[in-house]
Design a protein around this ligand. Sequence first.
Ligand SMILES: CC(C)(COP(=O)(O)OP(=O)(O)OC[C@H]1O[C@@H](n2cnc3c(N)ncnc32)[C@H](O)[C@@H]1OP(=O)(O)O)[C@@H](O)C(=O)NCCC(=O)NCCS
Length: 148
Amino acid sequence: MKILDLKESNLTADELIALMTLVGNELPEPLSMRVDIPAYLEKITNNGECYILIDSKQGPAGFIGFYTNDKKNRKAYLSIISILPHFQGKGYGKKLMELMISKCVEMGMIDISLEVQSTNIKAINCYKKFGFNNVAIKADKIVMCKNI
Ligand SMILES: CC(C)(COP(=O)(O)OP(=O)(O)OC[C@H]1O[C@@H](n2cnc3c(N)ncnc32)[C@H](O)[C@@H]1OP(=O)(O)O)[C@@H](O)C(=O)NCCC(=O)NCCS
């Protein structure tokens, strides 16, 4: 398994959209139901960092995307983390979280926040494991934050 910076991948625009749709479908609210995928991809690649988890035999296995453009307040934001079902529960989510945290530290960010559905126990457990704390409730979502 390797982790590739999206900027260094040679995926075509169509392949990227297909990948985002695939990983986005694993979210409790599928990404394609909430956003226009090409516009979202443009926004997150221009304002943040994206990494793809790639299995040498089966291809893309997961994705993480986080914003790092708030240079004034130095606040990062985890926008998407998704591991395809076959690869879940094998430590890959933790690998992507570790990568995000180390990149955010390198970039001088002071905290990372995120929103998660309050019923998404796997994700909440994963975030708690990395020291994210609940900071607010927004309807059916919890806002979590970690100082780094
Ligand atoms: C949430 C998600 C990213 C975790 O990634 P993963 O590769 O499955 O998780 P890992 O194997 O790295 O485990 C990380 C931690 O998640 C939690 N976790 C993982 N599987 C779990 C399960 N079946 N039940 C409860 N907690 C679980 C645990 O805290 C685990 O740490 P531990 O193994 O040391 O106890 C992944 O399951 C996923 O993509 N889910 C669907 C998309 C999604 O909901 N994304 C988050 C949107 S906010």
